[in-house]
Design a protein around this ligand. Structure first.
Ligand SMILES: *Cc1c(COP(=O)(O)O)cnc(C)c1O
Length: 336
């Protein structure tokens, strides 16, 4: 039995509660990766999830768990990316006021994308941290609920619903390969898989540019690292200070963590586009990249690779597919 903050029961409950907001995503066979690895490789396409990433599952589950009064007051998050989109979408579906705080550094097109989904965008400060401070002020002043991108039991349970879908489609699953940043996605999936069948292996994949969870696991405690710019922009960022849930869940449930380089991520994105006509963002392609490079052993007979998101700029994808893309210098990322 589990004694963590999230139980298998929570994940089954999440599944019922978010069903009308977050859709069940397709699982497709990948003959090329199957041939390469000798395992039957299946891709779980969260890139086709509403809003373009799995983050909708966690955000929706958090919002449905709030009391009627909390829902009425509203929610707030800080995110330029998939979490902000997911929260905006789920809040609109549920009729909950949502505020997304962004810094002045965020490009206009990203601001528009979040506004279009219905959230009120609040621009404040010059950096992520200043925008976050402002979000916490709004939270205090207006009694809003702050929605964390990963370190929250309801968010983790929401992401874990992916595992229930996988187990139904692939009852003989031997291994799951999952993108890893703050660890909300892999914590939910790994807990649900392991509590159902402890023999299923779970492998986390991060980019080699500032992989905070990867190094935290090796240090035995959450650490901080300077952010670096990467193609896997959805994976940039720390694991929270303090980290309350995901670090210990990843420690307990994840078997192995591996890293992929910028070139390997680009190759994974190009592979998905060329072979499957799928638009996959950098963070979504790390699992494909890890298998292409033979970085994961002992896959067993049936492997699921979670393709976590598809929000990538057209021009960047065109360059990657056309072969005109080169990795940026190892510069510090100023944003996330
Ligand atoms: C957020 C995100 C991840 C990482 O999820 P964590 O819960 O932070 O580990 C992976 N891929 C995409 C596309 C994301 O948006």
């Amino acid at each position: 039995m589990s004694n963590t903050a999230v139980t298998l029961q929570d994940i089954y409950l999440a599944r019922r509660q978010i069903a009308v907001i977050a859709r069940r995503t397709p699982v497709i066979r990948c003959p090329w990766l199957s041939e390469l690895t000798g395992a039957a490789v299946h891709l779980k396409l969260e890139s086709l999830q509403e809003t373009g990433s799995f983050k909708l599952r966690g955000a929706a589950n958090k919002l449905v768990s709030l009391t009627a009064e909390e829902q009425q007051r509203g929610v707030v998050a800080v995110s330029t990316g998939n979490h902000g989109r997911a929260l905006s979408f789920a809040a609109r579906e549920l009729g909950i006021p949502a505020f997304v705080c962004l810094s002045e550094a965020v490009p206009a097109n990203k601001v528009e994308a979040i506004k279009e989904l219905g959230a009120e965008v609040v621009i404040h400060g010059r950096s992520y941290d200043e925008a976050a401070d402002h979000a916490h002020r709004l939270q205090q002043e207006r009694g809003l609920t702050f929605v964390e991108p990963f370190d929250d039991p309801y968010v983790i349970a929401g992401q874990g619903t992916i595992a229930l879908e996988l187990l139904e489609e692939l009852p003989e699953l031997d291994a799951a390969v999952v993108p890893l940043s703050g660890g909300g996605l892999i914590s939910g999936i790994a807990m649900a898989l392991k509590e159902t069948n402890p023999a299923i292996r779970v492998i986390g994949v991060s980019m080699d540019r500032a992989p905070v969870m990867y190094h935290s696991l090796r240090a035995g405690r959450p650490i901080e690292m300077e952010e670096l710019e990467t193609l896997a922009d959805a994976l940039v960022g720390g694991i929270g200070r303090p980290n309350r849930y995901t670090f210990s869940m990843v420690q307990r449930y994840v078997d192995e963590t591996v890293l992929v380089s910028e070139e390997e991520i680009a190759a994974g994105m190009a592979f998905a586009f060329e072979n499957h006509e799928l638009v996959v963002e950098g963070g979504g392609a790390v699992g494909i990249a890890a298998l292409m490079q033979g970085k994961v052993q002992d896959l067993g007979r049936h492997v699921a690779v979670v393709v976590s998101g598809g929000n990538v700029n057209d021009e960047l994808l065109r360059q990657i597919v056309g072969g005109g893309w080169r990795p940026a210098e190892d510069a510090s990322a100023s944003r996330r």
